[in-house]
Write a protein that binds this ligand. Structure first.
Ligand SMILES: [Zn+2]
Length: 258
């Protein structure tokens, strides 16, 4: 009984930590990890949509170079130099390393639409305000957290780890990937109950508990390491750096009718 309770709490804990990703914010009531603090997110924190492992093919970027800028003042931009670089490296060693997509720029936003994405840093749950190209020119379309005083205080003693893990997940949303647990074939109802944000419109491979986009992954966002299916998916939609044509090893890729 205790063990079962622990499993449930763990699942909900991951749900809290992973709260991110998507946009219009349909989901409410996420609570703090492990039931330790019982913190309830504010309405603003709850107002996130999310997505993953589960591509929304309609919002895949047609370009392979996606502009990125930081929406912050000069002082914050300078003081967050190390954090910004850590995020950039995390994205490079994951999504970029596994595909032909490149995030370019990374300068401070100058008020002119960059045709790509804008990142803000706020002490709220990391999230995106949509998936894929729906983030184009959306000011503060991606929100990361470098402080963790208000949200996910467990990250206080592991800020760099949290910065990287969250960035990898949120950039999955930037690439158009929805939350894996939103898939209709999510096997565990307790996991499926954590559906959040926009759904994909195609299923890629088998349901993947190891995806960085899966709240039910026993490793929080996969510790920021792409699963084999994450890698295969980004190669399919953004090109394979090895130049080898993608071979579909999955039994089914099919469009959903809703
Ligand atoms: Zn998310």
């Amino acid at each position: 009984m205790k063990r079962r309770l622990k499993v449930i709490l763990t699942i909900f804990g991951f749900a809290f930590l992973a709260s991110c990703g998507g946009g219009e914010g349909e989901k409410t009531g996420l609570t703090a990890p492990s039931g330790e603090t019982g913190t309830t997110l504010s309405p603003r924190q709850e107002k996130f949509e999310s997505e993953e492992g589960y591509p929304l093919t309609a919002v895949i970027w047609p370009e392979r170079e996606i502009a990125v800028c930081w929406q912050m003042d000069v002082d914050a931009f300078n003081s967050y130099s190390a954090q910004r670089e850590s995020v950039r490296q995390a994205i490079h060693s994951t999504w970029e390393q596994s595909s032909l997509v490149r995030f370019i720029g990374w300068q401070r936003c100058n008020g002119t639409p960059n045709q790509g994405v804008s990142i803000a840093v706020q002490d709220v749950g990391a999230h995106t305000k949509g998936l894929g190209t729906r983030l184009r020119n959306v000011v503060e379309g991606v929100v990361l957290n470098f402080e963790y005083t208000q949200w996910s205080p467990d990250c206080q003693n592991q800020k760099d780890y949290c910065n990287r893990v969250l960035a990898v997940h949120e950039f999955g949303h930037v690439l158009g990937f929805a939350h894996e647990q939103n898939r209709p074939d999510t096997p565990d109802p307790r996991c499926a109950a954590q559906e959040q944000g926009t759904d994909g419109d195609a299923l890629f491979g088998d349901w993947d508990i190891s995806s960085v986009m899966n709240y039910c992954n026993p490793q929080w966002n996969g510790d920021g390491a792409l699963s084999p299916t994450d890698i295969a998916m980004v190669k399919k939609y953004y090109g394979d750096p090895a130049g080898i044509a993608f071979i579909d090893i999955t039994p089914s890729i099919y469009l959903l009718t809703n």
